[in-house]
Design a protein around this ligand. Structure first.
Ligand code: GLA
Length: 389
């Protein structure tokens, strides 16, 4: 059911909307911090996301209003202003600037109304959803023939170049290219994608929000990326490789001593081991081996906690509490880290039991009520209705 209605657009902008689209958030089942190391990721789009309604305007300017942040009012922006204003409207503006950079200058201005049900700062890719959503709105407004995959690439460019987070392609790709009932195994080096159904009769994807906002994440994220680049250049001096994740675990073991810095060596070990776990997990899912998939998820958490150091006490607690439950196949932190969510693969029929137990345990330890989302792998960004031009 759409969350936005015509009357809401009219109340803010005083005229009817022309286009209405949706872009989902994502949850990553396995394969974190591999997407900027040339490795594979295994996310799915989820059925939580953001909707947007828009109508063209003739003065070339852009108006942005979010029903989730009404206190900001309508942010009026012109395409030549710098993007960095520390307002959420930086994200759509960054995408508009990116389109121009790639040869699609604004054909007209527009007013945008956004409303979503994705928790903000929870690591479920609300920023990527906003970027992809803006991209598909621009496609409608300016009658462009760009594909969803190109829009994902533009979204990543917008985030790298204008927002200043050197993220990989996973989040935007999942939001743009997700499919109902399926996870997507994406090779981030080639952008080859293989869809993999998740048997909903056997397992459910349940997300637990630690409530810890990953606000420090962008600077620490960029540091992790630099550490991986430093490790890559040490290894590359010994053996020419295009990316850390082109190494097998065995090859890495043979080469790791040339990375003298211990921290950089551990970062690289995570990238290589996570990439091989991701391939193994995709194979396990293909065979219907949920227990095997779950074990790899658990190992992924340990590697993110110890080698990559992007977890936190709350996420560690949530993951290990889930590991003790007999109806949980696997549990791990998901996404960039430093807060945000865990993803749990729960045996079908035990979702409520899982939810009750994890809530109780978390409240007992941290005195925080955690939010739980039982999500279904959903469709990527798409238009909601046909109206006007
Ligand atoms: C963030 C980034 C992604 C990816 C994950 C970690 O979500 O936006 O590109 O690197 O962290 O896997």
């Amino acid at each position: 059911m759409p969350v936005l209605s015509e009357s809401e657009f009219r109340a803010v902008f005083g005229r009817p909307h022309e286009f209405h689209c949706f872009a989902p958030g994502r949850v990553n089942l396995i394969g974190d911090h591999t997407d900027y190391n040339g490795g594979s990721v295994f996310p799915c789009a989820i059925d939580l996301g953001i909707e947007c309604m828009a109508a063209r305007r003739s003065d070339g300017r852009f108006g942005f209003y979010s029903a989730n942040f009404p206190q900001t009012g309508v942010a009026e922006r012109c395409p030549d202003q710098p993007v960095q204003s520390d307002c959420w409207s930086d994200y759509p503006m960054a995408v508009i600037r990116t389109f121009r950079q790639f040869g699609y200058p604004p054909e007209c201005g527009a007013d945008f109304l956004f409303k979503g049900n994705l928790p903000d700062g929870a690591g479920l890719s609300s920023s990527a959803a906003l970027e992809v959503l803006t991209g598909i709105m621009l496609r409608e407004l300016w009658h462009l023939s760009v594909t969803n995959q190109q829009i994902a690439v533009f979204g990543q460019f917008a985030e790298n170049r204008f927002i200043g987070v050197n993220c990989g392609i996973m989040d935007q790709f999942a939001s743009a290219m997700g499919r109902n009932g399926q996870a997507l195994l994406l090779d981030t080096f080639t952008l080859d994608v293989n869809y993999a159904p998740i048997d909903a009769d056997t397992a459910s994807v349940v997300i637990v929000n630690s409530g810890v906002k990953h606000s420090l994440a962008s600077s620490a994220y960029n540091t992790r990326r630099k550490e991986c680049e430093a490790a890559l250049s040490c290894i590359d001096a010994q053996k020419k490789i295009p990316a850390l994740c082109s190494l097998s675990m065995e090859e890495f073991d043979g080469l790791q001593s040339c990375v003298k810095d211990e921290t950089c060596r551990r970062r690289a070990r995570h990238a290589v081991s996570e990439n091989s776990r991701t391939a193994a997990a995709a194979e396990a899912l293909r065979k219907g081996d949920f227990a095997g998939f779950g074990r790899l998820m658990n190992e992924s958490h340990v590697s993110l906690r110890d080698d990559y150091e992007v977890s936190c006490a709350e996420l560690d607690f949530l993951a290990s509490a889930a590991w003790k439950m007999p109806f949980v196949y696997g549990a791990r932190m998901t996404g960039g880290g430093f807060g945000g969510c865990t993803v749990n693969l729960v045996r079908r029929g035990y979702e409520q039991a899982f939810s009750d137990e994890i809530k109780k345990a978390y409240a007992g330890q941290f005195n925080i009520n955690c939010e739980i989302y039982r999500v279904a792998p959903g469709e990527g960004a798409h238009r909601i209705n046909e109206k006007g031009g």
